[in-house]
Design a protein around this ligand. Structure first.
Ligand SMILES: *Cc1c(COP(=O)(O)O)cnc(C)c1O
Length: 494
């Protein structure tokens, strides 16, 4: 960023503005070409144009006041109804739109907390019991709303261990959550078994279908093996589903649903004493952008079941091809990836480092996620990725050979950093370093995110520096230090 960006004294001409923005965009992920396996959901140019038109038509309208904008109230209600129907809810199922999956989850947690407090007045921090693979939006919600996460480990299929989950539920549990599917490995948690437990214990149960809500129903209809995950299961009390993912809407659209009004009512906020008037708000946002609501409505009406089925078929075919291609490479193995349009894989060859493989693919122009515990790569598959599967597999094969021939790559570039970050036992050190990167990014210099700064430079955290300099040898020492710290803490706290 240049040293001083002020509002220009004189406004700049439209053509120059647009030109400048196109320039800013040059280094961005090239998602229309299908080389991006995350973040963007694209259903073709015609659909894209419709979203643009719908969005701009309501771009300045404000969903905060349903009296002034009845159109938005109506579209929101219809998006909620359509989503409830898709997820097999009956007419009692109610909900709201939100700005995204995170807001939907924040609201579900907030509503559960209010409901729990309302019913029994918690003396202690209420807890959310959820699989280790639950989306971080839950931990963010716990962080914001004064709750605690209680994580449950997985079975060998990356689905939550149901017995362990049952044991984790206690008197402080205000909500149990699980995913359909979880993001890292694309597996649907055993929703039916969990619901049997939550029903018995009388605890609310949220199914996070942010990722899969607009995909699994169609994948199921196509005849693939998809465990039942929605309101058909008695005991599921709330769900979230993102229209801005596989609903192919514009960004800023998700739906949170509840079994009935006795749950949703705890989401609402009302302030009666504001001199500006009595203020009522259903979600986190005050002003609610009309464009996102309108584009979500337009996306669902225009695609229809047949459109969604076709996109789901395209995505599942592409996924199948990808899995087959990866399984054909001896060095690699697929993790999970059974129920959805996700392909998660890693190297099983000790001579081929998974993160070094990632660096090679990235150099060849591919964008995807690097995961940890275990180290793996994650591809979210869309129908429009189909045209590049062959190219991707060819690059992958080449990358495997290259990394095998150059084992030193595992301790160079991003691979070194990701490898180290995943291994460091003292997770608070990792957290501190990442926070430091955020401070740089949002500080006065508005630095570009530099993950490399975590490892080497003088300002980075001393513990990480130590590991960066001396390698794995210090890990045992750090581990021991952490154990001592825990023992001392236990002694002090009794
Ligand atoms: C994307 C996602 C979320 C969070 O949604 P945002 O729209 O990114 O806020 C929550 N859960 C799962 C499973 C997701 O994939």
């Amino acid at each position: 960023m240049s040293d001083s960006v002020n509002i220009p004294e004189e406004g700049i001409a439209k053509d120059d503005i647009l030109e400048a923005m196109r320039g800013y965009r040059e280094g961005d992920a090239d998602w229309k070409a299908g080389r991006t396996w995350s973040l963007v959901y694209y259903a073709g140019e015609e659909h894209y144009d419709l979203l643009k038109e719908a969005y701009t038509m309501f771009m300045s309208a404000n969903g905060l006041n349903p009296m002034a904008f009845k159109s938005l109230k109506r579209m929101e209600a219809e998006v909620v109804r359509m989503t409830a129907g898709m997820l097999h809810g009956d007419e009692e199922v109610v909900g709201t739109m939100t700005s995204g999956g995170t807001e939907s989850i924040l609201m579900a947690v907030k509503a559960a907390r209010e409901r729990a407090g309302f019913l029994q007045k918690w003396p202690m921090r209420p807890e959310i019991v959820a699989p280790r693979t639950i989306h971080p939006a839950f931990s963010k919600a716990a962080h914001y709303f004064g709750a605690k996460m209680r994580y449950v480990e997985l079975d060998e299929d990356y689905r939550v261990d149901v017995d362990a989950l049952e044991k984790a539920i206690g008197p402080r549990t205000m909500l149990v959550a699980a995913s359909a599917p979880q993001y890292p490995h694309g597996m649907v948690d055993p929703i039916e078994e969990i619901a049997q437990i939550t029903r018995k214990k009388g605890v609310p149960f949220h199914v996070d279908a942010c990722f899969g809500g607009f995909m699994l129903p169609w994948v199921e209809k196509l005849g693939y093996d998809v465990p039942v995950f929605d309101f058909r299961i008695d005991g599921v009390t709330s769900m979230s589903a993102d229209v801005h993912k596989y609903g192919y809407a514009a960004k800023g659209a998700s739906v949170v649903l509840y079994r009935d009004m006795s749950y949703l009512k705890h989401q609402f906020f009302v302030e009666t004493e504001f001199p500006g008037g009595i203020y009522a708000s259903p979600t986190m946002a005050g002003t609610r952008p009309g464009g996102a609501i309108a584009a979500a409505w337009a996306a669902m009406r225009s695609l229809g079941e047949d459109g969604y089925m076709e996109l789901a078929k395209g995505a599942m075919d592409a996924k199948g091809e990808l899995v087959e291609g990866i399984e054909a490479l001896d060095a690699l193995e697929i993790l999970g990836s059974k129920h959805a349009t996700v392909v998660c894989f890693r190297s099983k060859d000790p001579g081929v480092d998974t993160y070094a493989l990632a660096d090679q693919l990235q150099e060849r122009g591919w964008a995807f996620d690097r995961q940890q515990k275990p180290a793996s790569l994650h591809c979210t598959v869309n129908a429009h990725n189909a045209s590049v599967i062959g190219e991707f597999l060819a690059d992958l094969e080449e990358a495997v050979e290259h990394v095998r021939a150059h084992p030193e790559l595992s301790s160079e570039g991003d691979a070194a950093m990701y490898g180290m970050m995943a291994k460091i036992p003292v997770r608070s050190a990792v957290k501190m370093s990442v926070r430091k990167v955020m401070e740089e990014m949002y500080g006065k210099n508005a630095a570009e995110p530099d993950l490399g700064s975590i490892t080497g430079d003088e300002d980075s955290d001393w513990m990480l520096q130590l590991v960066g300099r001396y390698g794995d040898r210090v890990l045992d020492v750090l581990d021991e230090v952490d154990n001592v710290r825990k023992r001392v803490t236990r002694m002090i706290l009794g």
